[in-house]
Design a protein around this ligand. Structure first.
Ligand code: TYM
Length: 328
């Protein structure tokens, strides 16, 4: 069975963007692929966060993985920090990455601007760690949202570079985007991505633990336009297009049929329908999330996952050591 791998950074409360762009797709893929899904908590160190809030975000993330339907007989769930080989292969990858390649990373530029008081070296060298996260497990696919495209492209470049220099070592992975939902925009500012680490955009961001009233309020006050017709047009109607995308990603219908379904609706009624499906999906998810937290299922999943991931990662790292002449 081919593998797929992905991770999420516990840098804030999970958003509808994380769910529709990533988690929901992981669940869909697990019947076809052997999945490795982890919490990229080493990546979270690039942004300042209280210890307890990092712990809570980590636990919540695993609980949401499980609540969304990830099944431990098909998917290995683990913490990046439990598998020490990530940091080690990360260093090796840094030594094969050029400054120019990292300087071009748009996410580094964005984050450096947002956190101008803490432009640490980790923020800059984060992509080679992500490369290591992926290459340790030989996945064929990396399911992520659009914002991670550049990082997956770097992974492909480095895998090819390494294979060429030292002989076949890594599978060259492919980017896997979900059909709809790969880029959920802020409700308040639909030309900007919905983001968990963006404090100013609370209004534009639906969190997975928001209650029904809050979700409905946020969707009802989503920014739209004065055209007054439901169309999928990202340029002229980014707000309406974003709501259509959200609806399509939740119901798993295609954008065309969703647009057709609502073509005669006014904006208020359309928003009401979008709110309904989001509230329904998230309230079911929250119910399962609470059950999982109350029954210590997070601990059990991580214990199991750590053991399985360590074995795979150790084997790959030893292969890399051999190729590089680390050891005698
Ligand atoms: P992170 O934690 O920023 O995001 C987690 C996943 O959610 C997707 N995503 C979105 N998708 C659609 N619309 C949005 N508004 C939206 N916001 C976030 C992201 O694309 C991502 O798939 N560097 C990664 C974590 C990581 C990783 C890895 C992923 C570390 N190592 C190896 C894959 C493979 C990150 O910080 O994602």
């Amino acid at each position: 069975m081919e593998r797929a791998l992905s991770g999420i950074t516990p840098s804030g409360k999970l958003t509808l963007g994380n769910y529709l762009g990533a988690i929901k797709e992981f669940v869909k893929m697990q019947d076809e692929f052997e999945m490795y899904i982890f919490v990229s908590n080493l990546h979270s160190l690039t942004i300042e966060q209280e210890r307890n809030s990092r712990k809570k975000n980590t636990r919540d993330l695993v609980a949401f993985y499980l609540a969304s339907g990830l099944d431990l007989s098909k998917t290995t769930i683990f913490l990046q920090s439990d598998v020490l080989m990530h940091a080690q292969l990360g260093w090796i990858m840094q030594c094969h990455t050029y400054m120019g390649e990292l300087s071009r990373m748009t996410q580094f530029k964005d984050k450096a601007q947002k956190h101008s008081d803490n432009i640490n070296v980790g923020l800059f060298t984060y992509p080679p760690l992500m490369v290591a996260d992926i290459l340790l497990y030989d996945p064929k696919y990396v399911p992520v949202g659009e914002d991670q495209r550049q990082h997956v492209e770097l992974t492909r470049d480095l895998a090819q570079r390494f294979n060429k220099k030292y002989g076949d070592t890594f599978v060259v992975p492919e980017l896997h985007l979900t059909k709809s939902g790969a880029k959920i925009m802020s409700l308040a500012n639909p030309t900007k991505k919905m983001s968990k680490s963006d404090d100013e955009s609370e209004k534009g961001c639906i969190y997975l633990l928001d209650d029904a009233k809050t979700i409905t309020k946020k969707i009802k006050s989503a920014t739209t336009d004065s055209i007054g017709k439901i169309n999928y047009d990202e340029v002229n109607q980014p707000g309406i297009s974003n709501l259509l995308t959200i609806y399509a990603a939740i119901t798993q219908e295609d954008i065309k049929s969703v647009t057709n379904k609502f073509k005669d609706y006014n904006y208020g009624d359309f928003k009401e329908e979008v709110a309904k499906v989001v509230v329904k999906e998230l309230s079911q998810l929250q119910e399962r999330y609470h059950h999982i937290i109350d029954n210590n299922e997070v601990e059990k999943a991580l214990e199991l996952g750590k053991e399985k991931a360590l074995k795979v990662a150790y084997k790959k790292l030893m292969k890399v050591h051999k190729k590089l002449g680390l050891g005698i």
